[in-house]
Write a protein that binds this ligand. Structure first.
Ligand SMILES: Cc1ncc(COP(=O)(O)O)c(C=O)c1O
Length: 369
């Protein structure tokens, strides 16, 4: 049996007709950039996240840039980010001339460890960016309390967590701004680049809307110096089709994750640590992460048996050359460093069958035997 890490082809075959219709409509309309389809997407995307506004953008990285800039954060300011995340979380801060300050991750949830945030706050700190990593909501109540105490903004990086819930509330509207990615492999993925910001704040919405489009809401009238962060209409059309399925796909991801966890438990593979989910969160399993000994040998064995895997992420941000100028040493973030040596992403996508899940678990068991 072959089990790919993700399978966008099978997903496409199920929605092909609708996607081609949307793309053709865009081509016929000759309105290629941020038009009616993007507007419809913004309304529907805001609705499913129970948030007042969403703005369609060019990528999740750009969404972080827009969010940080729109909060007035720039040179001389610091922003707290988890040290284990995709580099875009920190790049959004760096792009605005501010400094990302890293905080270690929690060994159980893999999200930013709230108990370590206070120590990273200085007089220059302006915001915290919790990442709902792998689709599991970060510990928002504690993070929002810390932000309140120190008068900081909170930007939720929701790139991996469309529709995830924290204490029965959708992510994306819990802080000041939520940022989303629609990179093709994400839970809601375009057929190219795409992203969005969400907010309940009228003033931030107005500013971000202008910043996305050259500081303008009226053609050739520019109120602020902006940028071009607009979403392409073809991508909006694709996302409008996929929005109809996202609830169902999310349920499938949860079902597959539950089956993985149960099968690993039933097989009694003591070497494998499966994901821990606090009772008050509803993750959406962008990734299903296990922690394992002898990871490199296991990866080789799985690949030989037709099972693809991923690593998210092999190097925490403080160990990346791009941030070496900050002078961190590998042991500054012991949890992230340890996790990086143990974590493994095994196949996870809504179209996976129960047989595939069982095959992956059985193959893992065979390796440890
Ligand atoms: C946590 C996180 N933040 C930000 C991004 C950036 O999104 P994009 O690739 O759309 O720029 C990604 C995904 O790539 C991500 O996983």
């Amino acid at each position: 049996m072959k089990v790919p890490f993700v399978d966008l082809k099978t997903q496409y075959s199920g929605i092909k007709e609708g996607v081609l219709k949307e793309i053709n409509e865009v081509l016929e309309s000759t309105a290629y950039i941020c038009g009616k389809k993007a507007k419809k997407f913004e309304e529907d995307f805001a609705k499913i996240h129970d948030v007042k506004y969403s703005i369609a953008l060019s990528s999740g990285t750009d969404a972080l840039h827009v969010a940080v800039h729109s909060l007035g954060i720039g040179p001389g300011d610091e922003v707290i980010v988890p040290v284990n995340t995709f580099i875009a979380t920190a790049e959004g801060v760096s792009a605005c001339g501010a400094t990302p300050v890293f905080v270690d991750n929690d060994e159980q949830t893999y999200n930013i460890d709230p108990s370590k945030i206070d120590a990273a706050i200085t007089s220059k700190t302006k915001a915290i960016i919790p990442v709902h990593l792998y689709g599991q909501p970060a510990e928002m109540d504690r993070i929002l309390d810390i932000a309140d105490d120190h008068n900081l903004y909170v930007i939720e990086d929701c790139a991996q967590a469309h529709l995830a819930e924290y204490k029965d509330q959708k992510i994306g509207g819990l802080g000041d701004i939520g940022t989303f990615s629609f990179y093709p492999g994400k839970n809601l993925g375009a057929y190219g680049e795409g992203g969005a910001v969400t907010t309940n704040d009228d003033r931030l919405f107005d500013f971000m809307l202008k910043y996305r489009q050259h500081g303008s809401t009226e053609k050739y009238v520019h109120e602020i110096i902006g940028h071009n962060f607009r979403m392409e209409e073809i991508q909006a059309g694709v996302l409008n089709v996929k929005l109809k399925y996202i609830e169902k796909w999310t349920q499938n991801r949860r079902r597959i994750a539950a089956l993985y966890s149960k099968t690993f438990a039933d097989l009694g593979i003591s070497e494998v640590i499966t994901p821990y989910n606090p009772v008050h969160v509803k993750p959406v399993y962008h990734l299903y992460i296990v922690r394992v000994p002898k990871r490199e040998e296991l990866v080789k064995f799985l690949n030989e048996k037709g099972i693809q895997t991923g690593l998210h992420y092999p190097l925490p941000l403080h160990m990346q050359k791009a941030y070496s100028h900050m002078g961190y040493t590998p042991d500054d973030f012991p949890v992230a460093k340890k996790l990086a040596g143990e974590i493994l992403s095994i196949p996870m996508y809504p179209e996976m069958t129960g047989d595939m899940v069982e095959y992956v678990c059985d193959t893992v068991k065979a390796f440890y035997k």
